[in-house]
Design a protein around this ligand. Sequence first.
Ligand code: ATP
Length: 344
Amino acid sequence: MAYLALKGIEKFFGEHRAIKGIDLSIHQGEFIVFVGPSGCGKSTLLRLIAGLEQIDGGELVLDGRDITKLPSSKRDLAMVFQSYALYPHMSVFENMSFALQLAKVDKAVIREKVERAARILNLSPYLQRTPKELSGGQRQRVAIGRAIVRAPKVFLFDEPLSNLDAALRGQTRVEIAKLHRELGATTIYVTHDQVEAMTLADRVVVLRDGQIEQVGTPLELYDQPANQFVAQFIGTPQMNVVQAELLPGLHRAFGLETPLQGAVGLRPEDVALCRPGQGTLDGQVELIEALGAETLIYVSTPLGAQLVARQHSRSPLQLGDAVGVQIDAQAAHLFDAQGRITRH
Ligand code: ATP
């Protein structure tokens, strides 16, 4: 049974229908990540759940209770923002204990809860400092700690790591994953970052234009995208998608009688390069990105399309080299003219 159920949730900003009848069932203890292009409604949906925006239609049910019209403070949810939103003049301890003090929780209980959260988040040495005496990553952990001590039914995170530099983002991401394993709290997390979505989520919700395109585990979305949009949104670099009519003869590679319709999608790791004349088609190396552990090779083809190939080794290829491109029919995804998947 759903722990948190979104039933036909609607949101309008003036005439603009920002959220269009969203249905979603979230289980207790699940880590759900909302992703989608800028403006698709991720933050709005999170804010509707948090009670920071008013829901214009539909129902929100948490643990059997209709919370659609409850004010934010009564929903038993805690939100962690990108901007941390800490009180600058208060110590870390005071920041973390503030909500409990307001709720008149016993002082000894407050101390115990804050110290436990600080231990989990490696903040114990910093409890007497003020936020300006902390690094960005430590501040974000204080913001998370403040949410933890309240032991809410659901944690809501709005791009919590986007103000951190890459190394700190990586570390804090790992900490959030550990924290979730330890506390098992139901979590909804909004991010732009593919790696965060893929590594943290039990299930990812892909949004587009106020609607859900697909819900699934990270690998389901990667391996079995429902449509071309999801296929190209999930995965970096993007899945290669080429109009089928530009690949004459490819239908034979698929064992089909008739020429393919629609489009063919191939993950970069499923594009193999070989000597010119020995592949499915020929092309020329346009760009090489040597990332250390992997190399991305961008190849222009007579199809007018650029294909990117991922290799897990260093490449002897040079810019301008002629190459053959081997298209693995087994690995290819097929899309119809409307972008729906017809074969994974
Ligand atoms: P981003 O990734 O860029 O943060 P998002 O997916 O979180 O985007 P939202 O911020 O939820 O997108 O916005 C969804 C849509 O609603 C956008 O078209 C946005 O312009 C609009 N919108 C959001 N908040 C308001 C508001 N307060 N008033 C009017 N329109 C709004």
